[in-house]
Design a protein. Structure first.
Length: 228
């Protein structure tokens, strides 16, 4: 199924390659070359996916991601030449759904966009509300409420929370969470799950440093309880 993809990449050669590969998948691709244009285009055209280089002129990609995430849940795939764990955690903390380090395989990029678009398009199975205490996840409307208040989540965070809320008090391993929330994907690691859990705790825990709702099960992984 065709989607509209926005590519924000200041290197014309890389932008051209990304466009060719994504268009070969049947997608409509728009390309911009600086951060301000990326933010303006995303706001005006509402793409289904944003491929976002970090090192953009004017306004860097992480600033674009931060601004966009405050008003949109569009999936964001970040491209960067930086490969430290700090850079990975920072991009995920700002709301990116995935982080790819340059140089990368264009085929790998296409596989990642395919996974993100599939998860966005179909999401968790529609049906009854998922509840864990005063936390309510609505798979059909793709919303989360805590004690009646909306909780803004990225697509990756929502996918995880839907898995947890579907079976409260069940402990999931990181590997199982990867399979259930994102599908089998060689490009995602269990460390990514840890980062998303940390971000979710900031949003749903009274004291994220002492989680009572999304808790660690030592030697296993994580579970969602009805506490809070």
């Amino acid at each position: 199924m065709s989607s509209r993809v926005l590519v924000a990449e200041d290197d014309p050669t890389q932008a051209h390659v990304i466009r060719l590969y994504l268009e070969s998948e049947g997608h409509t691709v728009d390309v911009v070359h600086d951060g301000a244009d990326a933010l303006a285009h995303a706001r005006a055209r509402r793409p289904d996916l944003l491929v976002l280089d970090v090192m953009l002129p004017g306004m860097d990609g992480l600033d674009v991601c931060r601004a966009l995430r405050a008003e949109s849940d569009v999936p964001v795939l970040v491209l960067t030449a930086r490969d430290t764990e700090y850079d990975l955690l920072r991009s995920l903390d700002l709301g990116a759904d995935y982080h790819m380090t340059k140089p990368y395989s264009p085929r790998e990029l296409v596989a990642r966009t395919r996974t993100l678009l599939r998860r966005t398009r179909f999401g968790p199975q529609a049906g009854s509300l998922l509840r864990a205490g005063d936390l309510v996840v609505d798979p059909e409307r793709h919303t989360v409420h805590l004690d009646g208040r909306p909780v803004e989540c990225t697509h990756a965070e929502f996918a995880l929370l839907a898995v947890f809320a579907g079976q409260p008090d069940r402990a999931f391993t990181r590997e199982r969470l990867l399979e259930l929330a994102r599908g089998t994907d060689a490009y995602v690691t269990t460390r990514t799950i840890d980062v998303h859990v940390l971000n979710l705790r900031r949003k749903i825990e009274r004291d994220p440093a002492r989680p009572a709702r999304l808790v660690t099960v030592y030697g296993v992984g994580y579970k969602l309880t009805d506490a809070g």
